[in-house]
Write a protein that binds this ligand. Structure first.
Ligand code: OOG
Ligand code: NI
Length: 465
């Protein structure tokens, strides 16, 4: 048998994220406006800071700086999640992390499908935050059964998408021609459908229970609900949104503005009210509307160690005890002030963050270190002697409190409901068909490998290439 020439999963993921971007821009014009604003702000940030431009040119493709970094979908059934895992695997996207949103009043639990490993991430970092509806949290048992029945009658994947996923699994990948067809077929799953699969009455019942349940159950597929480009200055984009006619959410989620960015900051424009129609029992289509889709931006900083993350979580909680951000933005300034003052105790220089073991770093030999023996001596000593350097490793995951804030600002205030906190990672993993990867292990491994390469001299050879 002739060996098959396969396309790399990184290339399939790149093609997929480009196709999603084009589709979403054409479906949601406000998203195109946001993309234009992001490109403008990023260009200004680069013009103002030639050092930043030079650094980015070295480590990232500068031309792709404003590209999408993530999107999000919400699934209804375990079987959908299991198949989605197989589809994402073809694109080199693995489930990393478990996020329980029930504590924040959103009846879902989630993971992020994303590339793993330095090479895949720099090839294309596109991720999909993927949530599974917690039908078990719907108290009305009759409605729960109805929702389950409706979901079990839909098929969110096309036959072509399923066949090509199976082929990729059996043959170790896809040819260029198959990859093109795969991306096209998979795109169908993420498409918007303006004709609901439920009656107006059923939509109302689902919606009254929780807006998110209506969003998941009422449609033919799990429409992509937002895409998120990277910005170099999130504060500037947030401030300029209104002038472009798009309404930002009240506050930026995550840590405050800092000299040394940590973890992830994100904000969005509020979900749009869009026309959809519902088929009544007499067969006629009736006009209505549904609010689900928005646009988001993100700015990433260093990945924190468990110690750094614990400090982050504690400071965030402290600031939220003083001011909890209101959805209408009325206390946004007070919240920002409380956040900034709480985080004043989080070290804000790379050296302190490293020395205190709060963040993960990638080590590499300096010019001077390339000719030297780095196999002995402590990391601190090698750094002090200028033989190696430490660069922050970028955080590639999500934050549950932030994700809850993003969900809520797009569901309306009334949607926040009390559910009993019930993290259920085991159940999620059973539904998924594998365990999720641990984000901390992953960063620790990248850091350890970089140090090992310095020690063994492998990094010298790499740097000399
Ligand atoms: C997902 C919200 C979470 C993020 O960036 O934290 C998210 C959703 O609304 O489905 O995307
Ligand atoms: Ni998001």
């Amino acid at each position: 048998m002739k060996e098959k020439t396969v396309v790399s999963s990184d290339d399939i993921r790149s093609a997929f994220s480009a196709a999603m971007s084009a589709m979403y821009r054409s479906e949601v014009p406000a998203y195109g406006t946001l993309m234009d604003l992001v490109a403008e702000v990023n260009a200004e940030a680069l013009a103002k800071d030639p050092d930043l431009a030079a650094r980015l040119a070295e480590t990232d493709q500068l031309s792709r700086i404003s590209d999408e970094r993530h999107g999000a979908i919400r699934l209804g059934l375990p079987s959908e999640l299991a198949m989605m895992r197989r589809v994402f695997a073809v694109m080199g996207m693995m489930p990393v992390g478990y996020y329980d949103l029930s504590t924040a009043g959103v009846p879902v639990h989630s993971t992020a499908f994303r590339p793993v490993g330095a090479a895949a991430l720099s090839g294309n970092p596109f991720r999909v935050f993927t949530s599974l509806l917690r039908l078990d949290l719907i108290e009305d048992t009759a409605l729960r059964a109805e929702a389950e029945r409706i979901l079990s009658e839909r098929q969110i994947f096309t036959p072509e998408a399923i066949a090509l996923t199976e082929r990729a699994e059996a043959e170790g990948g896809l040819s260029a021609e198959e990859a093109t067809r795969f991306v096209e077929a998979v795109l169908e799953t993420f498409r918007w459908h303006d004709k609901a699969i439920v009656s107006p009455e059923m939509y109302r019942r689902l919606h009254d229970t929780h807006r998110l349940i209506a969003d998941v159950v009422s449609f033919k597929g799990p429409h992509i609900n937002h895409l998120t480009p990277r910005t170099l200055d999130i504060d500037a984009v947030q401030a300029r949104m209104p002038a472009r006619g798009i309404e930002p959410k009240a506050v930026i989620e995550g840590p405050p503005t800092r000299a040394c960015p940590i973890l992830l900051r994100q904000t969005s424009f509020k979900a749009l009210d869009e026309p959809v129609s519902f088929q009544g029992t007499d067969g006629t289509w009736q006009p209505g509307s549904h609010t689900a889709r928005f646009g988001e931006i993100e700015q990433r900083g260093i990945a924190l160690t468990p110690k750094g993350r614990a400090l982050y979580d504690r400071l965030l909680e402290e600031s939220r005890k003083i001011v909890r951000p209101a959805a209408d933005g009325s206390n946004a300034r007070a919240y920002e002030a409380a956040l900034a003052s709480a985080f004043a105790t989080f070290p804000d220089s790379w050296e302190e963050i490293r020395a205190e073991g709060l963040g993960y770093f990638r080590y590499s030999p300096t010019e001077l270190g390339r000719g030297a023996d780095l196999s002995t001596g402590s990391v601190d000593a090698l750094l002090a002697e200028g033989l190696i350097q430490a660069d922050p490793i970028v955080y590639e995951d999500f934050l549950p409190v932030s994700a809850a804030g993003i969900f809520q600002s797009n569901l309306g205030d009334a949607a926040a409901q009390d559910f009993t906190a019930s993290p259920s990672q085991k159940r999620f993993e059973t539904d998924l068909g594998q365990s999720v990867l641990d984000e901390f292990d992953h960063y620790a491994a990248i850091e350890a490998a970089s140090l090992e390469a310095c020690r063994s001299g492998a990094a010298h050879a790499e740097a000399a290439e």
